[in-house]
Design a protein around this ligand. Structure first.
Ligand SMILES: N[C@@H](CCC(=O)N[C@@H](CS)C(=O)NCC(=O)O)C(=O)O
Length: 201
């Protein structure tokens, strides 16, 4: 299988963390990809022009990260526990937690994109809304983490990758301040070998 990714992408990090967790590394060929280069070859894999994207051994092109993670979790030859429960309430809790982590990444990505725009193109109103959404989500995050099934799962991966992205790209946002339980949880997660091995660079 071919994984199109970059080491800085938090969405690709989700996939790379799952690959490490499920011991699938030897089955994956890394294809480092700059999505902004608009290469015709990459666009033939994902016309959205976004990473991560996965091409399976039977030629199926998959995107975006929730789809790729679900595929790899289901096609991992029985290695390790399922990171996305197959059914029941736990499945919805994990999918909800994954969506929360992904949404936090979306907000972080919006803010970094906005920060890099020339002055005339910036939107202070929308940026203020996105900043509020970040704070609201961070305030609520630990209670969602607490409701997750305790066994390590895809929601843990997504939320940890989102917080790691804020450390990586938004050092000015002191998200740990006043959120000691979330900070302690994240610190534990960061020591897990799959997450330590995929830290953004
Ligand atoms: N919802 C997508 C988001 C993927 C995404 O936005 N990736 C970024 C890199 S971190 C990208 O490729 N951006 C290129 C662009 O938006 O033009 C997922 O979960 O995979």
């Amino acid at each position: 299988m071919k994984l199109y990714h970059s080491p800085a992408s938090p969405y690709a990090r989700k996939v790379r963390t799952l690959i490490a967790e499920k011991d699938l590394t030897r089955l994956i060929e890394d294809v480092p990809t700059d999505p902004y280069a608009n290469s015709a070859k990459f666009l033939s894999v994902n016309p959205l022009g976004k990473i991560p994207a996965l091409v399976t051994d039977d030629g199926l092109a998959l995107f975006d990260s929730p789809v790729i993670c679900a595929y790899l979790d289901a096609h991992s030859e029985g290695k390790g526990e399922a990171l996305l429960p197959a059914s029941g309430r736990d499945r919805w809790l994990v999918m909800r937690g994954e969506a929360l982590g992904d949404g936090l990444m979306d907000l972080g990505l919006y803010l970094i994109t906005e920060k890099r725009k020339p002055d005339g193109e910036k939107s202070p109103t929308l940026t203020a809304r996105r900043r509020d959404q970040v704070e609201q989500t961070l305030d609520a995050l630990f209670s969602f983490v607490n409701e997750l099934p305790p066994a390590f799962n895809l929601a843990h991966i997504s939320i940890a990758c989102a917080l790691g992205y804020f450390d990586f790209r938004h050092a000015e946002i002191d998200w740990r301040n006043g959120r000691g339980e979330l900070a302690a949880w994240y610190s534990d997660m960061s020591n897990r070998s799959s997450l330590a091995a995929t830290a953004p660079i």
